[in-house]
Ligand binder design. Structure first.
Ligand code: GRF
Length: 192
């Protein structure tokens, strides 16, 4: 049976699109549903284009989690992938999907993680700290922000003349290259 993955995103959703397109060729996973906490997030436009239903839940509904778990179960979701999703995952969702929720963080955790460290703030902090490298961390999700077990990291150089925007570009390139493959690996191992 082909595993089903729900994608959570709060923003543009370029990772969502990249993941869906990667698996469209491979057919080793299906994407029945995209969830967001933002009604006006561009990920909904991408979902339409990809032919995948997308739904919006409020911050309170994500914090409660029960309605979301019911929906995930209704769609027979096996794994949850957070691709630029900004809210904390609540206990009911964590309990329904132990070791089956994966997040990507746009820096080399444990550095530049935790509350407030998202999107542009991360890349700004990396540049401000004078780091010579940044990268991506793909990890399991637990009840603490950005603290679940690390699955994979990849690095990129941060040069003297890099800005938060150019670091973001380098990090996005790493995300597009690695995230779908790592998802595929995790699913493959867990379903063996
Ligand atoms: C990515 O850099 C992701 O790592 C971070 O937010 C960004 C989302 O970009 N958490 P997009 O919405 O996939 O374009």
């Amino acid at each position: 049976m082909t595993p089903k993955i729900a994608l959570f995103a709060s923003g543009s959703g370029s990772n969502v699109e990249n993941i869906v397109r990667y698996f469209a060729e491979k057919r080793t996973a299906e994407f029945p549903l995209i969830l967001s906490n933002k009604q006006d997030a561009f990920v909904h436009e991408r979902a339409k284009k990809l032919g995948i239903p997308s739904v919006t839940f409020s911050r309170d509904e994500f914090a409660d989690g029960c309605e979301i778990v019911s929906l995930l179960k209704k769609y027979e979701v096996d794994f949850v992938v957070l691709a630029g999703f900004l809210l904390k995952i609540s206990m009911p969702i964590l309990e329904a999907y132990p070791d089956r929720i994966i997040n990507i963080h746009p820096a080399l955790l444990p550095k530049f993680g935790g509350k407030g460290m998202y999107g542009h703030h991360v890349h700004q902090a990396v540049v401000d700290a004078g780091e010579t490298q940044s990268g991506i961390t793909i990890h399991y999700v637990n009840e603490q922000y950005d603290e679940g077990n690390v699955i994979f990291q990849a690095t990129c150089e941060v040069a003297n003349d890099d800005t938060p925007d150019t670091v973001a570009e380098k990090v996005h390139a790493l995300e597009y290259l690695h995230f779908p493959k790592i998802i595929e690996d995790v699913i493959g191992k867990q379903l063996k």
